[in-house]
Design a protein around this ligand. Structure first.
Ligand SMILES: C[S@@+](CC[C@H](N)C(=O)[O-])C[C@H]1O[C@@H](n2cnc3c(N)ncnc32)[C@H](O)[C@@H]1O
Length: 297
């Protein structure tokens, strides 16, 4: 343990042991080890307070009195282990986050594929950590802005995430009105309608033609990927930031391997492609990469 982690560790035993639930250094290390091995999530000691507050909700829900007892439950129950991982994930997202990616998708990827798609050829996109669905639906809206009849063509967007709760949310396709502020007004007017099942008319539902383009599935990026692609574009944004460098580089390489020649990889604003994937990809703008090869679709 470095002096820095030692200091933080004693801060944990001091501050967190006096909280609602006993939380020891050993508890933190066990939870961090599981998060890393199961989901790639790297939890340095600086995240101890965050871990405590996110998992305290699980302890309350289960009527458990200490983190030591919670660790026993997690050891014995695959279901609680998955719930723990889901509780530790950060799901912040929004429609058209980092709008330059959607502009690039529209002009550099989808526009050149229009004729090919209309002739019946496949167009495949992947949102590789889709959270509650705003990212894959922004991709779908971008496609529809260029190919309004995309739902009747062989155009599909795969949307995956580790956390089953966010996948279910995305599949439902319902959002509060104030979440749609970044959706261009013309697309908002055309592709969203008030959700008649919601009280007060504050919830909007994504239109069926948008929903039918997107297929949501649970997928842990650390596990096997049971699909071959290839993809015209992959969004893998603001997820590998939680992984260590070696894991990041493995993910970049696997993603690059699934891209079509000249396909695009979009990554988070604070992320950089590293490792062997650099030999397969070239930069094509801010946090945007293209699979090396010819320029024609
Ligand atoms: C901050 S959100 C990013 C959402 C979206 N890509 C964006 O940029 O707005 C990170 C997502 O990564 C997911 N995640 C974390 N670890 C994962 C893993 N090992 N496999 C798949 N998804 C993971 C989380 O559940 C969360 O929904």
């Amino acid at each position: 343990m470095t002096p820095e982690t030692q200091n933080s560790a004693s801060a944990i035993s001091g501050a967190l042991l006096t909280g609602e639930f006993a939380f020891s250094d050993a508890n933190f290390r066990e939870i961090a080890r599981i998060a890393k091995s199961e989901a790639g999530i790297d939890l340095p000691y600086s995240k101890a307070t965050l871990v405590y507050s996110r998992l305290a909700k699980r302890l309350r829900a289960l009527g458990i009195r200490s983190f030591s007892d919670y660790c026993v439950t997690v050891r014995e129950s695959d279901e609680e282990r998955n719930s723990m991982i889901a509780a530790l994930t950060t799901n912040v997202t929004r429609f058209f986050r980092e709008p330059h990616h959607f502009e690039h998708l529209r002009t550099e990827i989808i526009a050149p594929l229009v004729e090919s798609a209309r002739r019946g050829n496949r167009v495949r996109l992947w949102s590789a950590a889709c959270s509650t669905g705003q990212e894959p639906y922004s991709m779908a809206l971008t496609v529809l802005s260029v190919i309004p009849e995309a739902a009747s063509l062989d155009v599909r967007i795969l949307a995956t995430d580790l956390n089953p709760h966010v996948v279910a949310h995305g599949r439902k396709g319902c959002y509060q009105k104030d979440e749609l502020g970044d959706v261009p007004p013309a697309l908002r007017a055309k592709w969203f309608a008030a959700d008649l099942e919601s009280a007060g008319g504050t919830t909007m539902r994504v239109a069926d033609d948008v929903r039918s383009l997107v297929s949501f599935h649970e997928l842990n990026l650390m596990g096997p990927w049971n699909f071959k692609g290839p993809f015209d574009a992959i969004f893998c944004r603001n997820v590998v930031i939680y992984f260590d460098r070696e894991t990041q580089n493995t993910i970049w390489k696997r993603l690059a391997g699934l891209l079509k020649e000249n396909g695009a990889l979009y990554i988070g604003h604070s992320e950089r492609v590293g490792g062997p994937a650099n030999a397969l990809l070239s930069s094509d703008g801010i946090t945007t990469y293209r699979k090396k090869g010819g320029r024609n679709p």
